[in-house]
Design a binder for this molecule. Structure first.
Ligand code: S3P
Length: 184
């Protein structure tokens, strides 16, 4: 069912998490969903389920453009038809204008913002499952990190996550989300 998203009350809008790979979108999203009693959707996992293949395999056998198309179809439709979800996006999703517009127009978009030094500490743990990182030098990854940060800046709320545990981030976000609902 298509919703008239402009008429969905603030406290029923989807909460959408964006940010670079490894920023903690999935972990924080799961915690937020538990704390707010909402359903959690991880866009990458949903795409894997719909297409019956891990994201790494989609990149390998069908290529990045095919994955981006799947991402766009899934997320634009989700934004058109759902409410009251907690959604974590893949780190590249927000680079597509249609996804950006759909998310900003229908949900409340939170950017989990990490600085480069903190991100570097997570790099080793990400490389095997993130095809985007595999063919790049560290300098190229840093350029990607910086250029994406500019696009992530188009959000409703930025949340610096460097010094906090996922539990602390989720707690503070819940506090802010509930406060914004009360003010609406
Ligand atoms: C990607 C990030 C990944 C996944 C895919 C591409 C990207 O998601 O969507 O590997 O382009 O940054 P996470 O941000 O959850 O790692």
């Amino acid at each position: 069912m298509t919703l008239n998203q402009s008429q969905v009350p603030l406290n029923q809008k989807n909460v959408i998490l964006i940010g670079f790979m490894g920023a903690g979108k999935t972990t924080v999203g799961q915690l937020l969903a538990q704390k707010l009693g909402r359903e959690f959707l991880d866009a990458d996992l949903e795409i894997e389920r719909l297409h019956g293949m891990p994201v790494t395999e989609i990149f390998k056998t069908m290529g990045e453009p095919a994955f981006r198309q799947m991402e766009k179809e899934y997320l634009v439709e989700l934004c058109r038809t759902s409410r009251e979800k907690i959604v974590s996006l893949g780190g590249g999703s927000f680079m597509q204008q249609e996804i950006r517009e759909a998310c900003l127009g229908s949900g409340i978009v939170y950017h989990l913002d990490l600085d480069w030094e903190s991100w570097l500490e997570r790099f080793e743990s990400l490389i095997d499952t993130r095809p985007i990182l595999q063919s790049k030098s560290l300098q190229e990854v840093q350029e990607l990190f910086n250029s994406r940060k500019q696009v992530y800046a188009d959000n409703h709320h930025t949340f610096a996550v460097d010094k906090l545990s996922p539990e602390e981030i989720a707690e503070e976000m819940v506090r802010r989300i509930r406060a914004s609902w009360e003010q609406a």
